[in-house]
Design a protein around this ligand. Structure first.
Ligand code: ZN
Length: 164
């Protein structure tokens, strides 16, 4: 089996059976993400223990890549401290946008997203969940859209929930 096929199978599996799907009973942070280009929407909830992500859940509707990416992310960040989460996001972002970015060993199964860089229109599908997680962690609550986050991929354009 070629690596490409393996990666495709990981994406398909996580789309079909998303991990950590649903709502948390007690959430410390929550954010919603929207990718208008594709129509992907997701709501993400996080429970923290100190600076560690103790639990994470997401729900929403999106394309296979956005769902699989959120599922893979939820597995990767659960139990990790926030510095590790930020580093992972940087690695994923490089993987999605730089043609020659190596799949760093710490990425684990997230490496399956490397095929997305062949389809630039889908990069936002894969990065939506990471932007949404960052929004949740930085603001506690908010809405993020990929359309405003373009110029600073690691920065965020945030609109606080409830603001006009
Ligand atoms: Zn999508």
């Amino acid at each position: 089996m070629e690596l490409k096929d393996l990666y495709r199978d990981v994406i398909l599996d996580h789309n079909r059976r998303p991990r950590n799907f649903g709502r948390l009973e007690q959430a410390d942070a929550r954010a919603e993400g929207h990718n208008p280009l594709c129509g992907d929407r997701l709501t993400l909830e996080v429970r923290l223990a100190g600076d560690r992500i103790e639990d994470i859940r997401f729900e929403g509707k999106g394309c296979a890549i956005s769902t699989a990416s959120a599922s893979l992310m939820s597995e990767a960040v659960k139990g990790q401290d926030l510095a590790t989460v930020r580093r992972l996001f940087e690695r994923v972002h490089a993987l999605l946008t730089e043609q020659d970015a190596p799949a760093a060993p710490e990425l684990g199964k997230l490496a399956a997203l490397s095929g997305v860089r062949e389809f630039p229109a889908r990069v936002k599908c894969a990065s939506l969940c990471w932007h949404t997680l960052t929004a949740a962690l930085e603001q506690g609550a908010g809405t993020v859209t990929t359309e405003l986050a373009d110029e600073a991929p690691l920065g965020l354009a945030l609109k606080q929930a409830g603001e006009p």
